[in-house]
Ligand binder design. Structure first.
Ligand code: SF4
Ligand code: ZN
Length: 756
């Protein structure tokens, strides 16, 4: 243990705790102990404090106890030469720093100083806006729960291998951009904070026009070091959200992060006392710290997987210029943390990686679009015999977009022909759906929709770099081989813009979509003799198992029965295993010998039985990434449903964020279930409890977003106007209001048999 680091971390911690004390006293005097404190859009109060101490902070006054505890973690700054600082003292100081930093940020929220405001031309992409329109004019501040959950599935399936907390300022703007691009290319989530002499990497990226925000995996927290606390709050919440940890289980939460969350801190530029102190905080979580300046190193003792603190002076890095040095620096960070990274080798003239999937191409940046209001774009993937496919052949039939005016549009069809010994017709839609993700991975390209309502935009920047129609083919060819190589041996792509051919293939595509729709409608639970397990989320929620049937998809919405079947073909020892149904025990509630046996096995004994069609008896467990929550409202003899995007208050007196804490964690909770959106419209939706007609309340966001699908269900259920009988957040946010509404609208649940 370096005495130098210990000294500076302890000194930094003492100073920050004093600052937090001063701020707290001021806030107590000016605002009063009863003034509420919170971070926006989270059910986890002040998450680091909640996780580490078990205290739910709701008022300024609650922070007094936190600061008392925090002061107790401090140690005197080493003075005499006989004093040997040791790791424990440094780690304690690091923890004190984190608790003090979160206290400071919470108080700043009260004073309107968080999230930090910046110049008005700053646009935050996809960030939640706390008051400001579209996130203009301020940095992100803490990540909200909705975003955490929607990243969840990417974190568990490995698309997002980990996160980097960058603190400080890079040598120059070009280096800053290069570092971020290198991280994006590997789909590593990047959190930005801190400065060196007032200049932050956030300024550098802004000046270079780099799009920041949730959509691009690069989240600017704040331009001071203190805002880096949001990264640790995120880490703490992932343990609470996905790992089933409870508040106050500090040791377990820290270990969880060390073992499952692949994160590291990259300190750019001079490291001051506060940064040493914050770094010591990160080391508690098992996150190593890499600095691009000369600092003493700390070698492994078992807290982090590898080194604790590594010095890689930027100018001394082997590389012909700053960009190459930046690339090596990122490479080194990844090696040190042992992050498993997969980089796609796609031969296109723009950066490529999942970090670009959420990028938006705005009208002002638009070169040309396919589909949308004025044109038709479709994508169609079909299988063919091995001899009929020429692997790697990419044809563009018809004109390219060079003749189209700026911001113009044209028709396009993407026809993909695949062949492989393991390929099955059932996999066509599974593969075709990937086009969305594959195409979106290119920087400057936006893809929305699927089938014959696809809509693709190419930005000016991408077009200027030479992105062409042929590029779509290159992406698809490379990615299908890379991700589906086990079932696909050959891939050929035709991009059709020629009007006659476009119409001809559109007709063929539509016939195939119809065929698939019928096939899906026919594919019911009683027509198959095996379901599939999904244990992908066990990397985060160790005892959770999804049992996926044709009529009940995984709760994340990302895996249906066909997806699981394809995944099993690709990776026979992977997370999706067939579950032979075996003896039928109860067809109404959905019990089979096979599903029960598997549930017990897969949950490591936590769950003994699982009912496929009931919310009241042995309901399926949930990890953290469900799309919707279904919850019993006992007084109404029915259930309410709301989705991840909802922030509305429910008659249960809780919002989605709070309810999610009850639903997740891999435990069976009768009356509460996390489900995928499309399970709501399945005939098997809580069918043993009365089905769709049990829904007494649904958030308006969900009602609107799936209006057509719900309409069809109402017709199927023999009550075409049933949606109008379901209350929502506009009509009822308390049980009393809900009951009055149900009464007034003659909702059928009132007359149904009691749910329990
Ligand atoms: Fe996780 Fe279930 Fe989705 Fe699999 S199906 S990824 S276990 S939520
Ligand atoms: Zn999950």
């Amino acid at each position: 243990m370096s005495k130098y680091i210990a000294t500076r971390a302890i000194r930094g911690a003492n100073a920050l705790v004093t600052e937090a004390d001063v701020m707290l006293n001021k806030a107590l005097a000016e605002k009063g102990a009863d003034t509420p404190v919170s971070f926006p859009n989270t059910a986890y109060y002040l998450p680091t404090i909640l996780g580490m101490t078990g205290k739910s902070i709701e008022k300024i006054g609650d922070l007094k106890a936190v600061m008392d505890y925090t002061r107790g973690l401090l140690h005197p700054v080493p003075a005499g030469k006989h004093w040997t600082p040791y790791l424990g003292e440094t780690l304690d100081s690091g923890m004190a720093t984190l608790l003090a930093a979160e206290t400071i940020e919470a108080i700043r929220f009260i004073y309107g100083l968080q999230p930090e405001s910046v110049s008005d031309d700053f646009i935050l992409s996809g960030g939640t806006s706390y008051g400001g329109a579209n996130g203009h004019g301020h940095l992100n501040g803490p990540i909200d729960d909705i975003q955490l959950r929607s990243w969840g599935i990417q974190l568990v399936d490995g698309r997002m291998p980990g996160f980097a907390a960058i603190v400080g300022c890079a040598k120059n703007n070009a280096t800053a951009v290069k570092i971020v691009r290198e991280l994006q290319r590997r789909n590593i989530l990047t959190f930005l904070s801190g400065n060196v002499n007032g200049r932050s990497i956030i300024h550098q990226l802004q000046e270079e026009g780099v799009e920041l925000g949730y959509n691009t995996f690069t989240v600017p927290f704040g331009t001071d070091t203190i805002s880096a606390i949001y990264a640790l709050g995120f880490a703490t919440r992932s343990a609470l959200t996905f790992g089933g940890m409870k508040p106050g289980m500090s040791r377990e939460i820290l270990l969880y992060n060390k073992e499952r969350v692949f994160a590291f801190v990259l300190a750019l530029g001079e490291v001051d006392d506060l940064k040493y102190a914050a770094a010591a905080g990160a080391i508690n979580f098992g996150f190593p710290v890499i600095a691009d300046t000369v600092i003493p190193e700390i070698l492994p003792t078992g807290i982090t997987t590898y080194e604790h603190v590594v010095s890689m002076p930027f100018d001394a890095i082997d590389g012909k210029d700053d960009l190459e040095k930046a690339e090596r620096l990122v490479q080194k960070c990844i090696e040190i943390r042992g992050v498993k990274v997969k980089v796609s080798n796609v031969d296109v003239p723009v950066p490529y990686g999942s970090a670009f999937e959420g990028e938006v191409v705005r009208k002002a940046d638009l070169r040309v679009e396919f589909g949308g209001k004025h044109a038709r774009c479709y994508e169609y993937l079909h299988m063919a015999k091995l001899d009929d496919v020429t692997d790697g052949k990419i044809e563009v039939i018809g004109p390219d977009f060079s003749q189209v005016a700026a911001q113009g549009y044209m028709d396009m069809g993407i026809v993909i022909k695949v062949a492989g010994r393991q390929m099955q017709q059932d996999f066509e839609p599974v593969l075709e759906r990937q086009v969305h993700y594959f195409v979106n991975g290119a920087s400057g390209i936006q893809h929305v929709g699927q089938r014959d309502i696809a809509w693709i935009r190419i930005s000016n920047a991408a077009a200027d770099k030479g992105f062409s129609l042929e590029s779509f083919g290159k992406i698809l060819h490379a990615r299908f081989h890379e991700d589906f190589g086990a079932i696909v041996d050959k891939v050929q792509v035709t991009i059709v813009t020629d009007p006659a051919l476009h119409a001809e293939w559109l007709e063929k595509a539509r016939a195939a979509y119809d065929f698939r729709n019928k096939r899906l409608a026919d594919l019911t639970d009683d027509k198959v003799d095996e379901f599939y397990s999904c244990t992908l989320c066990q990397s985060f929620a160790p005892n959770h198992v999804c049992v996926v049937s044709p009529e009940r998809l995984g709760l994340c919405g990302a895996y249906n029965w066909l997806d699981c079947k394809a995944s099993f073909s690709i990776n026979p020892t992977g997370p999706n295993q067939p579950i032979k149904l075996g003896k039928l025990i109860d067809d109404r509630k959905g019990y089979w010998q096979g599903t029960n046996d598997y549930a017990a096995l897969g949950s490591h004994g936590v769950v003994q039985e699982v009912s496929m069609y009931s919310i009241m008896e042995n309901p399926m467990t949930a990890c953290g990434c469900f799309e919707c929550i279904v919850m019993l409202i006992p007084e109404a003899n029915g259930v309410m449903v709301l989705s991840r995007e909802d922030t509305a208050m429910t008659p249960a007196g809780m919002t989605f964020s709070t309810l999610a804490g009850i639903a997740g964690g891999g435990m069976q909770t009768p009356g509460v279930m996390g489900v995928g959106k499309f399970y709501l419209i399945s005939p098997k939706f809580i069918s043993s409890d009365g089905g769709f007609k049990r829904i007494v309340w649904m958030s308006s966001v969900l009602k609107n977003s799936m209006a057509d699908e719900f309409k069809a269900v109402c017709i199927r259920e023999g009550d075409p106007d049933f949606m109008e009988k379901i209350a929502d957040d506009r009509s009822a946010t308390t049980v009393d209001e809900l009951l009055a509404w149900l009464e007034a609208h003659n909702h059928p649940a009132m007359a149904m048999e009691p749910m329990f």
